[in-house]
Design a protein around this ligand. Structure first.
Ligand code: N01
Length: 542
């Protein structure tokens, strides 16, 4: 039992979920209906998961309505989003609505930080420890931490010397930050960085963006939604149909690749098709195009060339053109997650916005007044770190969860991440995690992952309980096979060619390895279901 000293007064629940976002709320509702006594522990003060923490200016989702919500008719019938891509404030309002409708708060404890857990083999239960020194026993331990709950700050020399304001996008203050008329320096141009800079750019006195890799952004094509039209679409079955489509697409969206390779079409047909995808907006150009985009470099180059042509038209300055849409692609298109933009190339083109390519002109140090680069000092009132996360594995590995052998998850993953079907680990019985490593996670629409993984958890726990099973552990051989399959799929694609967080390459010194299942949703769900055939062939049940 490690250092934990259990006592008889420790409360006990059937299920302990960690995190109050899409994953845990989806599964909580299902497991409560099975009659299980569930609790959710959330370190934030409100519901929303990532939408609680992600409150930087311009934070907005990049999955379109109606699939960015819990796939439950009872919920979507009575809540209508006002925009095709809702913003953070509206998403928080949505979570408050879900909370009220399902009376979730009675089972959620906010401001409660789980530190670690140890499995008690005498009871087949986890003993979970919190930072307020409380403990709880649970039969099923289900962390739903998301892939972005551990922020990453690069080790820039002198960060502590800065006398102005510093904000990291991942832990932006919950109150408004006044940027109007200020000189702002921003490091990072991922999805968070792009959203911040396109929002604050027009308001600030001066903005200097430190870019390492250009983000190959796609147009969002945001639209206001008409409530009456949305009501009609709910009644005529469109919402339900859109939601059902997510089961059979690569990334859990409502569309997937067309059954055609890039060079099956003539150049004119290709041009028309690419234009259609771009015009519709969102991720269509990324995930609804030719099926060889991620397997054939030549095909991928065609997509990049078209993308570049559309973007160059929006950037008058040739120097900025070369930085934002270079002739040679920085990586195969879409092998780093593109981001949806609304006006970012116009904002980059404003005269008071400078882009510094840190590959040419590296940051030497942060000073009391700003940042010193190889070429000189840039003064700033505000420094924004939009430098992302220790993505996918960081959320789980930062907790002191110890397996049967006493080793933490981080120790288990010292030589490489290992999971079984991206939902469990050998040595960690009765622990199932949602939206975690080696699942479709980084490639998927969040609520789609939450829905189908929760469905599997509900079905599995219901069956195990009916059979009187109290112990459920991933078989080591199944874990080996899953890791191999995951790598085989990854290595057959162009994804390894980008220094992306998909494979942990965003953090210097980290092992570069596939952290997300790139074989698509339908195959993932089929394999997960198969693992339970023949009386749970890939699991130890007792
Ligand atoms: O983080 P990121 P994010 N010096 O890792 C740069 C989801 N999300 O928070 O590209 C200088 O993508 C780094 O440079 P490079 C979404 O899935 C969704 O933006 O590694 N720069 C990069 O530009 C997203 O993909 C939404 O060369 C450094 C940036 O910092 C994921 O979360 C909104 C550096 C980090 O970008 C992560 O997004 C927000 C250094 N030492 C997030 N180190 C929506 O739904 C890092 N960088 C819209």
């Amino acid at each position: 039992m490690g250092s934990i000293q259990p006592s008889n007064d420790i409360p006990e629940v059937d299920v302990l979920l960690v995190g109050a976002g899409f994953g845990s709320y989806t599964v909580l509702n299902r497991l409560r209906k099975l009659g299980l006594n569930c609790k959710v522990y959330e370190k934030g003060s409100k519901s929303g998961g990532i939408w609680y923490w992600n409150c930087y200016p311009g934070a907005r989702v990049d999955s379109a309505t109606p699939i960015y919500q819990i796939f439950d008719k009872e919920l979507w019938e009575d809540f209508t989003f006002t925009e095709r891509y809702p913003g953070q404030k509206e998403l928080r309002r949505y979570f408050d609505y879900v909370d009220k409708k399902w009376n979730l708060s009675k089972d959620v404890v906010f401001d409660k930080h789980v530190d670690g857990a140890t499995f008690d083999t005498s009871r087949n239960q986890w003993l979970v420890e919190c930072s307020d020194d409380t403990q709880v026993y649970c039969r099923w331990f289900i962390p739903c931490l998301g892939f972005a709950s551990k922020k990453y700050t690069p080790p820039v020399e002198g960060l502590g010397n800065f006398k102005g304001e510093i904000y990291h996008t991942a832990v932006w203050p919950q109150h408004d930050v006044n940027v109007r008329g200020k000189r702002v320096a921003q490091i990072g141009t991922g999805a968070s960085g792009i959203q911040v800079l396109q929002t604050i750019g027009p308001k600030v006195k001066h903005l200097t963006v430190f870019q390492r890799t250009p983000n190959l952004c796609l147009p969002m094509n945001q639209q206001k939604l008409n409530p009456e039209e949305e009501e009609k679409k709910k009644k005529n079955g469109w919402y339900q149909q859109e939601i059902e489509k997510t089961r059979n697409t690569f990334a859990g969206f409502t569309y997937t690749f067309v059954d055609k390779n890039t060079f099956d079409d003539t150049p004119e047909e290709r041009e028309r098709f690419y234009q259609e995808l771009i015009d519709d907006g969102g991720f269509r150009f990324w995930l609804n195009g030719y099926k060889d985009i991620f397997t054939n470099q030549e095909a991928n180059n065609e997509a990049y060339k078209f993308w570049r042509k559309t973007v160059l038209k929006r950037i008058p300055d040739p120097k900025k053109q070369a930085l934002l849409a270079p002739e040679v692609p920085p990586h195969p298109f879409g092998t780093k997650r593109p981001c949806l933009e609304q006006n970012v190339y116009e904002v980059f083109s404003l005269p008071h916005v400078d882009i510094i390519d840190i590959n040419e002109n590296p940051i030497v140090e942060v000073t009391s007044k700003g940042l010193r680069t190889k070429e000189g000092e840039i003064e700033a009132d505000i420094l924004i770190l939009a430098t992302g996360f220790d993505s996918v594995t960081g959320s789980l590995a930062q907790l002191n969860i110890r397996g049967l052998d006493g080793k933490t998850i981080a120790e288990h993953w010292k030589d490489g991440t290992r999971t079984s079907f991206g939902i469990a680990m050998a040595n960690f019985p009765n622990m199932l995690f949602l939206y975690g490593p080696q699942a479709p996670t980084g490639f998927s629409n969040g609520p789609t992952s939450a829905h189908y993984q929760s469905e599997w958890v509900e079905r599995t726990l219901k069956d195990l309980m009916a059979k009187g099973v109290t112990y459920f552990e991933a078989r080591k051989e199944a874990e080996d096979q899953w890791c191999k399959r995951l790598s085989d799929v990854w290595d057959a694609s162009l994804f390894p060619l980008a220094k992306s967080w998909y494979q942990g390459a965003n953090i210097p010194g980290r092992k570069v390895e596939p952290l997300n299942w790139a074989g698509g949703f339908p195959e993932y769900l089929e394999l997960l279901d198969k693992s339970c055939e023949n009386n749970y062939q890939d699991w130890i049940v007792a």
